[in-house]
Write a protein that binds this ligand. Structure first.
Ligand SMILES: [Fe+2]
Length: 191
């Protein structure tokens, strides 16, 4: 006899973005981003304590708006509405971008566990990856082990893929063991 019931599930959203949109995103990134941004993709000499480098270290800017990466903004919002629809939660409210930033993660780089509690949805688009090197690790909110969860789910950072998850969910970046610098674009969305 089974004494357990599953009462809630937590869904994440993961999608390989259509090729034509991926191409448009690349074009817009090439148009907008100055050499300073792209120079960060070369090598790992900028890396300090094996932590990622961000386009805005203060996390105040909306990189996508500032640099007119409209194809990615539109794709992200569309997918956020689809995500909410899955929960019958889209309603009549409009979603807004809170902020977005680029994350550069060279070889041996990893990212601390954190969440985005002020947002409804946190998301990431993998702009340039060597796939399967440095997973995104999502943590369950269940805390049966002295204040920390031990239930985790890993996602391979496939190039051209977008992942959405609840803003409260803790997550971290496992070590990039590949030679190439991974470039991802993260964002926060709220009502
Ligand atoms: Fe994050």
């Amino acid at each position: 006899m089974n004494n357990f019931e599953d009462i809630f599930s937590i869904k994440i959203f993961r999608k390989q973005i259509d090729v034509d949109v991926v191409t448009k995103i690349k074009q817009e990134m090439n148009l907008c981003c100055d050499d300073d941004i792209y120079s960060l993709m070369q090598g790992n000499t900028f890396n300090q304590q094996n932590q990622p480098v961000f386009s805005d270290p203060n996390f105040e800017e909306d990189f996508l708006e500032k640099n007119k990466i409209n194809s990615l903004r539109e794709e992200a919002l569309k997918n956020c509405y689809e995500y909410l629809n899955e929960y019958d939660a889209s309603g009549s409210n409009s979603l807004t971008f809170q902020k977005s930033w680029v994350c550069f993660c060279p070889r041996d780089c990893w990212g601390h566990s954190h969440n985005h509690p002020e947002s409804l949805i946190a998301g990431v688009y993998y702009f340039k990856t060597n796939n399967s090197k440095g997973n995104l690790r999502l943590w369950s909110p269940l805390q049966f082990k002295k204040g920390v969860s031990h239930i985790k789910y890993d996602i391979e950072p496939e190039e051209g893929t977008m992942v959405l998850f609840p803003g409260w969910m803790y997550h971290e970046i496992l070590t990039n063991t590949g030679e190439e610098t991974r470039v991802s674009i993260a964002f926060q969305v709220a009502w």
